[in-house]
Ligand binder design. Structure first.
Ligand code: 2M8
Length: 442
């Protein structure tokens, strides 16, 4: 490792240690950032575990186990688990009221009532691989412990959220996508008329400059939609009938497809039956192009299920199949060529730079506002994993170097302005730290 890499590694480890919250003797989690995000977030924890495995394998296992202690009886994995009280964040457990609202909520656990991109089979497999090097028996025991929980999560998503049996997953709230205020959601959100505006106080803007966070108008709709989910008892059948936001999410579905590949490896290792997993993979492969791809430019889009229309916004999600990990090198090449044609980063520049959350050529592009332009480490890391799985080594190594350069030269932040590369949002952000460790160590 170079001196810069050593410095980055040390800083990243310190961030993860500082953000660790011990709940009780056997459980704990990494909060995403010190003040603004005090609880355990779903996909954040999956990423944190991927970093922890290189530093303290026990913590990596505890992180995942603690997250799954909030799993619902039907397999649903909430986007936030409230292990400890905090006044720093809205909405917290008093808003969601899951214990009074759903008979599927886990006994005695306070959680939210929506989910997030299901990366956890990836995390579990990677933790297993690291653990196996030092204790293969314990590694197998742990895989056995986690497998039914992961299977139950994937089964829930295909049973309850795959409305058309297409392998494409429906989300009911922009927060479920993980890319909260992305332009991807502008059109469906515009069609929602808020009947009665809730009285609430934002806490996030007390810790992060409001310029970098979603607008107040966005927040009103987020809170309204979350209230609607609560009113429907977080019940998928009911939501399907009445909910005003229902979108087939191409990124979420691609992450699940990537995760299926890892779940398959887990099932194989445990000599479990893999038939159902391969059926899910097949379903996705059969439908991703016909349902999501825009033939005119080769990019992939979400579909608004209420209007039936594709949501043609050029964001990082438009390249989601690269994450899915089973494109061949020619398909990867085609997608990158399409991007080069001034659709995304500008001619030629996609190979040399990192992918911003929204195309620099979109009229919605805002370099410093949350998911409307900034570069995020986790989405680029997912691309990297997908490209490596597809054997697209040239692109993968370019992306890897660019990630390391960004982190070494601009520090460990929640996101980065793609024009200036300045770090913005929350400082000392956990998944950026964890993935820095992973990239430096793997
Ligand atoms: C952001 O989302 C939360 C709501 O879940 C928020 O804005 O308050 C997103 O970036 C999401 O992807 C992430 O998991 C979460 C915590 O880091 O923050």
């Amino acid at each position: 490792m170079t001196t810069d890499s050593n410095k980055l590694q040390e800083e990243a480890v310190k961030i993860l240690q500082d953000n660790w919250v011990q709940v009780d003797e056997g459980s704990g989690f990494t909060k995403p950032a010190a003040d603004v995000y005090p609880y355990q977030w779903n996909w954040d924890s999956g990423f944190s575990a991927i970093g922890w495995r290189h530093i303290d394998i026990q913590r990596a296992m505890t992180e995942i186990e603690t997250l799954f202690s909030g799993q619902w009886k039907n397999g649903f994995l909430p986007h936030v688990i409230f292990h400890i009280p905090s006044d720093n964040y809205f909405p917290n457990e008093t808003f969601w009221q899951v214990q009074d609202t759903s008979d599927q909520a886990p006994e005695g656990m306070e959680t939210s009532g929506m989910t997030q991109p299901p990366i956890h089979s990836i995390s579990v497999w990677k933790v297993f691989e690291t653990l196996e090097k030092t204790d293969s028996e314990l590694a197998l025991d742990w895989l056995e412990l986690m497998y039914p929980k992961l299977l139950s999560l994937h089964t829930y998503l295909y049973r309850q959220r795959d409305q058309g049996n297409t392998g494409l997953i429906t989300i009911y709230h922009p927060w479920e996508s993980g890319m909260d205020n992305s332009p991807r959601w502008d059109t469906p959100l515009k069609n929602i008329s808020i009947k009665e505006k809730a009285l609430y106080e934002r806490r996030d803007t007390g810790f992060v400059d409001a310029r970098f966070r979603p607008s107040n108008a966005n927040y009103d709709t987020y809170v309204y939609l979350a209230e609607k989910m609560r009113e429907a008892g977080y019940d998928d059948e009911k939501l399907r009938q009445v909910h005003p936001f229902q979108v087939e999410d191409v990124f979420f579905s691609s992450v699940l497809h990537l995760a299926n590949g890892y779940l398959l490896r887990i099932a194989d290792t445990l000599n479990e039956n893999t038939e159902e997993i391969t059926t899910w993979q097949q379903r996705f492969r059969e439908n991703i192009n016909t349902r999501c791809q825009d033939r005119s430019n080769g990019l992939f889009y979400d579909r608004d299920l209420l209007s039936g229309k594709l949501l043609k916004e050029n964001t990082i999600a438009a390249m989601s199949p690269l994450i899915g990990g089973d494109m061949n090198e020619e398909e990867v090449e085609n997608l990158f060529d399409t991007l080069d044609e001034k659709l995304f980063c500008g001619e030629g520049s996609c190979r040399a730079t990192l992918l911003p959350s929204t195309s620099l050529f979109s009229n919605k592009f805002t370099p410093d506002r949350y998911w409307r332009g900034p570069v995020w480490i986790n989405t680029n890391w997912l691309m990297l994993d997908g490209l490596e799985n597809a054997g697209a080594d040239e692109y993968a190594s370019g992306l890897r170097n660019n990630l390391i350069n960004l982190l070494e030269n601009h520090g460990i932040w929640e996101y980065y302005n793609p024009e200036t590369l300045e770090g913005i949002g929350a400082e000392h952000f956990s998944w950026s730290a964890a993935l820095a460790v992973d990239i430096l160590t793997s």
